[in-house]
Design a protein around this ligand. Structure first.
Ligand SMILES: [Zn+2]
Length: 221
């Protein structure tokens, strides 16, 4: 904890005074984030850093495996946050960003979560659709290639889950909302985006590619 406490002191004595006017402006108005950014809890993934954005720019949902529970399940923090982003903050762009070396994806592929982690075990049910797609579609892959393919497939599955929610589906149908699928490589800094017209992830271009509305796959949980 020492690192965190020292860090807070540094922030308060150095960064904050230097950018006091910026923070005062942030506090003086309601937030108006550019996008809802849904990504993994992994500590190596830093949404603001990889998008060169500031406090106030990204509304965040983070959990193990950048999961969006499909509509019809129990109410949870993810859905509440997504609804708030759309209905209150009027967010018009949602990014779902998976990443390299994802522990949640590896756990899904390994399928051997210990019984004394019942919460994680239950959570991984939301990855069951991804697991079955990967098992059928990527039988020929292994190791790092398999993990990357699984992570990309999972981004697509979670995009589909997202589109099952009425608040999302209704805005997609009106062209008022755009959903983007990204893959971030921790070791290289590369960000790939899903190109729906080609059905592949490719280097993020100048024009962000929205992939929506998507055909809704059967909910996994
Ligand atoms: Zn992860």
């Amino acid at each position: 904890m020492e690192k965190l406490i020292t860090g807070v002191r540094e922030f308060q004595t150095q960064d904050f005074p230097r950018r006091k006017a910026f923070y005062e402006r942030l506090a003086a108005r309601t937030q108006r984030p550019e996008a809802l950014f849904i990504t993994c809890s992994d500590s190596r993934v830093h949404p603001n850093e990889i998008t060169s954005t500031e406090p106030g720019d990204l509304f965040l949902v983070r959990n193990a495996g950048n999961v969006v529970p499909p509509d019809g399940g129990p109410a949870g923090g993810e859905i509440a946050t997504i609804e708030y982003a759309l209905a209150v903050l009027n967010v018009r762009h949602i990014v779902i960003c998976g990443h390299s070396q994802c522990g949640a994806m590896q756990a899904m592929l390994d399928g051997n979560v210990p019984d004394d982690l019942p919460g994680l075990k239950a959570w991984l049910r939301y990855l069951e659709t991804t697991r079955q797609i990967v098992r059928r579609k990527h039988q020929n892959l292994e190791g790092a290639e398999l993990l990357k393919a699984a992570t990309e497939e999972n981004v697509l599955v979670q995009m589909n889950h997202l589109s099952t929610h009425p608040q999302v589906a209704s805005r997609l149908s009106m062209g008022e909302l755009h959903i983007y699928g990204w893959y971030y490589d921790i070791g290289t800094g590369q960000v790939l985006e899903y190109d729906q017209s080609q059905g592949v992830f490719r280097e993020l271009g100048d024009d962000a590619l929205a992939a929506s509305p998507l055909p809704v796959r059967a909910a996994s949980a």
